[in-house]
Design a protein around this ligand. Structure first.
Ligand code: GDP
Ligand code: MG
Length: 177
């Protein structure tokens, strides 16, 4: 995309998907505003947040979309996925069922997005080590099997949250530049 003033500008749409309550909205608010909400109900209304990241001296805008609770009704619409070039596919390391749902979310992604979409498997809530149900190895293996990047994060203590987004953004940038 050629911007005004001769400089190049990039705008990347990234979607965050995964089961209810895995921490999608908090990952996004941590990344975009460095905020965490302890009793976030389904965040209604906010469609996306934009965060500017600098890569190779270029300004890259990450437009990160949140499902705003749609996933509870299994009704994440195709509009949500339209034009996405990156995806964070999130589970909660303390709930095995959310990890088992990942294949379903990957199928959704395959239906709605180009195969070139940059995908990061995210095991969130790494601060809750004492009640972990999904091992790091489980995450790594699934990621390897499906050809995804993999990272564990904590939206609560900020661990790896920026990295999760930045790795995806760099990968997209690599594909388009
Ligand atoms: P969403 O439904 O996937 O958007 O999940 P939310 O972001 O609304 O988070 C669901 C619940 O998990 C909330 O009570 C959050 O405070 C909590 N939560 C989210 N991320 C973390 C995390 O990294 N660690 C811990 N301990 N709790 C988290
Ligand atoms: Mg949410």
């Amino acid at each position: 995309e050629q911007g005004v003033g001769g400089g190049e500008e990039y705008l990347f749409k990234i979607v965050v998907i995964g089961d209810s309550a895995v921490g999608k909205s908090n990952l996004l608010s941590r990344f975009a505003r460095d905020e965490f909400d302890h009793n976030s109900k389904a965040t209604i209304g906010v469609e996306f947040q934009t965060q500017v990241v600098e890569i190779d001296g270029k300004e890259v805008k990450a437009q990160v979309w949140d499902t705003a609770g749609q996933e509870r009704f299994r009704a994440v619409t195709s509009a949500y996925y339209r034009g996405a070039v990156g995806a964070l596919v999130v589970y909660d390391i303390t709930r095995k069922s959310t990890f088992d749902s990942i294949v379903k979310w990957l199928d959704e992604l395959k239906i709605h997005c180009d195969t070139t979409v940059a995908r990061m498997l995210v095991g969130n809530k790494s601060d809750l080590e004492n009640i972990r149900e999904v091992t790091v190895e489980d995450g790594k293996n699934l990621a390897e099997q499906e050809g995804l990047f993999f990272i564990e994060t904590s939206a609560l203590n900020s661990s790896n949250v920026n990295s999760a987004f930045e790795i995806v953004i760099r990968e997209i940038y690599k594909n388009v530049s």
